[in-house]
Ligand binder design. Structure first.
Ligand code: GAL
Ligand code: CA
Length: 333
């Protein structure tokens, strides 16, 4: 009898310790807690995308399925993001949507997720293929960088061919500058290259005057553009910006110098953010390419619910089993 008692006590203690040491799991059946880690919420496109994600997750709620969302902003630090992911897992999140700060450095996050068996949906900043193969509960949702650049180049070519005034100095060439996103981002270099290729394919003669990196940011783009206007006064005929925020920043630089009307180059962006679309409607931005944030958010919400409930994964059209890419589209009005 005594022996049984001791054995029982030992089991009880063991169970208690196990509970205290293991992470909490408020992810009871019927409730999903989704953790979202964002590289920098001051990024216009990202903040709009996360707004869509909240809506799409709410739309996945149904009788007997409640979804809670917790968002963390790494403000540009991978170290901070690694800590935030740990915190989200400890909080009991059953699935994480991760917008990496450094897309080449996801290992710590992948290890944490795997140790706790929490599936990961990377989005917008694509990890390299080898990292995506580290575990079978990793997914990526994004868009084709090359397609966005090609579309931007085609929009620019159409506008130049239509508008006899685009070649302002009538030298048969279009003098252009590029405002680039972040170094090392899949959407920066590829967008620029494919936009220029598309212009050339349409027979536009180009002369590159300069380029500046502005990290997707409107204020930084205004600065870079001001410098380039100073270097090439009245020579710039076309501004290709890797996103709308930077195209708007470039336009701000001209506005500050009181350049108007025919003294302005043609500006092109990518994203179709709220302000970007307004600028297209009122004709200041010659065109943009829509980065389908609603579609991306919907795919993320579907994968998140399927990964936790184990139901519905077969209804998602993956490429290479774990990638979802949403198409871009051209916007000119
Ligand atoms: C791009 C988007 C940019 C910026 C960047 C951040 O896809 O076009 O505006 O948000 O992602 O990773
Ligand atoms: Ca010219």
């Amino acid at each position: 009898m005594k022996r049984y008692l001791i054995f029982g006590l030992a089991v009880l203690l063991g169970v208690q310790c196990f509970c205290a040491c293991g992470r909490q799991r408020p992810d009871k059946p019927g409730r999903i807690q989704v953790g979202v880690a964002c590289y920098d919420q001051s990024d216009t496109f990202l903040s709009e995308l996360i707004g869509c994600l909240r809506e799409e997750l709410a739309a996945q709620e149904r009788d007997g399925l409640e979804i809670a969302v917790t968002v963390r902003d790494a403000a540009g630090s991978q170290r901070t993001q690694d800590d935030q992911v740990m915190e989200l897992i400890e909080m009991g999140c059953g699935v994480l949507c991760v917008n990496l700060v450094d897309r080449a450095d996801p290992s710590e996050i992948i290890d944490l997720a795997r140790e706790n068996d929490v599936p990961l949906i990377f989005f917008n900043r694509e990890p390299v293929a080898e990292d995506m193969m580290q575990w079978d509960r990793l997914y990526y949702v994004g868009a084709y960088a090359q397609q966005s650049g090609t579309m931007q180049g085609e929009l620019a070519a159409d506008a130049i061919l239509e508008d006899g005034q685009a070649d302002r100095n009538k030298d048969g060439k279009i003098q252009y500058v590029v405002i680039e996103g972040e170094a090392g981002h899949q959407d920066a270099i590829i967008r620029t290259e494919s936009a220029v290729d598309a212009l050339k394919k349409r027979g536009i003669q180009l002369e590159k005057l300069g380029s500046g990196m502005a990290n997707w940011d409107r204020a930084q783009a205004q600065n870079r553009m001001q410098q380039m206007i100073g270097q090439y006064p009245n020579q710039i005929e076309l501004v290709l910006a890797n996103n709308d925020a930077m195209a708007l920043g470039a336009m701000d630089a001209y506005a500050k110098l009181n350049h108007t009307g025919s003294a302005l180059p043609l500006f092109f962006g990518i994203d179709g953010t709220e302000v970007g679309l307004e600028a297209v409607v009122d004709g200041r931005l010659a065109g943009t390419v829509y980065n389908d944030k609603e579609g991306q958010a919907r795919a993320m919400a579907q994968i998140a619910v399927a990964a936790v409930t184990g139901q519905g994964m077969d209804q998602i059209s993956f490429e290479k089993d774990r990638y979802v890419y949403l198409p871009y589209r051209k916007i000119t009005e």
